[in-house]
Structures are given as C-alpha cells and as structure tokens.
Design a protein around this ligand. Structure first.
Ligand code: ADP
Length: 197
C-alpha cells in the first residue's frame, strides 16, 4: 500500500516518472492535468469551465480541483493506494487533501520532489511544445506556469519536509536511471513494492 505524491517543476518529467512508479506499485497514477485535459477534450461542463484557465497557464480554482480529486480518490482502484501528480499544487490544496485523507484515516506516505535545474526543464518544455503542441505550451503560458510553480507549489514542499515525508530525487539522467533512483528511495523508506497492493 502506498499513497504517494510527485512534485516537480514543469518539464521535470514528473508525469512520465509518476506513471512508472504507479505501475511498479500497482496503484493508479492520478494526474489532475490529464483529468482536466480529458475534460476539455470531451467538451464536458468541467472542460468548459477550465479551458481558458488552462490555456493561460493559471490554476483552476482550489474548490473545483479538490472536488475533482476527491471524486477520483473515492473510486475503488484508489482504495489501496495512489500516486498523485499535479495535486496538491498550493497550500490550500494541501489542506483540502489533508482533510479528505484524515476523514478516511489515511495520510500520504511519501512526497517525491523531482529536482531538475531550470535550464534543463525549459529545454525539455520547448522540445515538448514542438512535439505535442499542448495548448498551454506557448511561451507566455509556460512562463506563467513556472512562476506559479515557484510562488505557490514549491512552498508545499516545506510543509511535507517538516512532516518528514519529503524525498528529494535528482531528476537528471536517463528515464530508467531516474525510475531506479525513485524506487530505491521509496524502498529505503520502507515502501516496498511486494507489499504494495
Ligand atoms: P504542468 O505541470 O506542465 O503545468 P499539468 O498537466 O500538471 O501541467 O497541468 C496543466 C494545467 O492544469 C495547469 O496549468 C492548471 O491550469 C491545471 N491544473 C492541473 N493541476 C491543477 C491543480 N492541482 N490545481 C489547479 N489547477 C491545476
């Protein structure tokens, strides 16, 4: 059983590594960015509410985001553990998640911080923009998302550091090297994959 959160700046590779870790632990990878993009693509009410916000690189309001995550975490496949990617993203969302988990007698086991130098993440983002053409990979939206990360998301790591559950991982290397580092660090904290489910 593992309840994990992966945090890192845009272009840190947290989405890719999150999926790999979730697979290794047999838990669902829950990405708020992916959920919102799917909502936009489907043209649902939620999608319509978030389209413009996402395009500008701003954050979807906490109340809406936390409700979406609570819904998702209530699904059966998340009962034995989960990996959150992209949520919580500010201290208000940390409080929302704490309250929700506390109500179930649960808490996060580890918060992975993927550390990547600014130049490297900007390089990766530029590459992704050319390859995938994400609506929020314009120069302006990227700059806004990075600024919001520094201002609002980086501070949540202090909260988790104080709780003693933050794990810093060097995010530079090959995909496999980084996954190995992540798994080694989690196992070092007693989160073994064999007892994951
Ligand atoms: P990135 O980390 O590259 O910015 P994500 O896929 O994590 O990309 O998120 C894309 C967008 O989805 C964000 O810019 C924001 O508009 C919205 N979003 C995702 N997660 C959250 C969240 N936890 N709170 C508010 N908005 C979010």
């Amino acid at each position: 059983m593992a309840r994990l959160l992966i945090v890192g700046p845009q272009g840190s590779g947290k989405g890719t590594q999150g999926i790999r870790i979730a697979e290794a632990y047999g838990i669902p990878a829950i990405s708020t960015g992916d959920m919102f993009r799917a909502a936009v693509a489907s043209g649902s009410d939620l999608g319509n509410q978030v389209t413009e916000i996402m395009q500008s690189g701003n954050l979807v309001p906490d109340e809406l985001t936390s409700a979406v995550v609570r819904d998702r975490l209530t699904q059966a496949d998340a009962a034995q553990g989960f990996l959150l990617d992209g949520y919580p993203r500010n201290v208000g969302q940390v409080a929302d998640l704490d309250a929700f988990l506390a109500g179930r007698g649960e808490q996060l086991d580890a918060v992975i911080e993927l550390v990547v130098p600014r130049e490297e993440s900007i390089e990766r983002l530029t590459l992704r923009a050319a390859e995938q053409g994400r609506a929020d990979d314009t120069e302006e939206a990227i700059a806004n998302r990075l600024a919001i990360y520094e201002r609002e998301t980086a501070p949540i790591l202090d909260v988790y550091r104080e709780r003693g559950i933050a794990v810093e991982i060097d995010g530079v290397g090959t995909l496999d090297e980084i996954t190995d580092r992540l798994i080694a660090a989690l196992e070092g904290r007693g989160l073994s994959r064999s007892t994951a489910a």
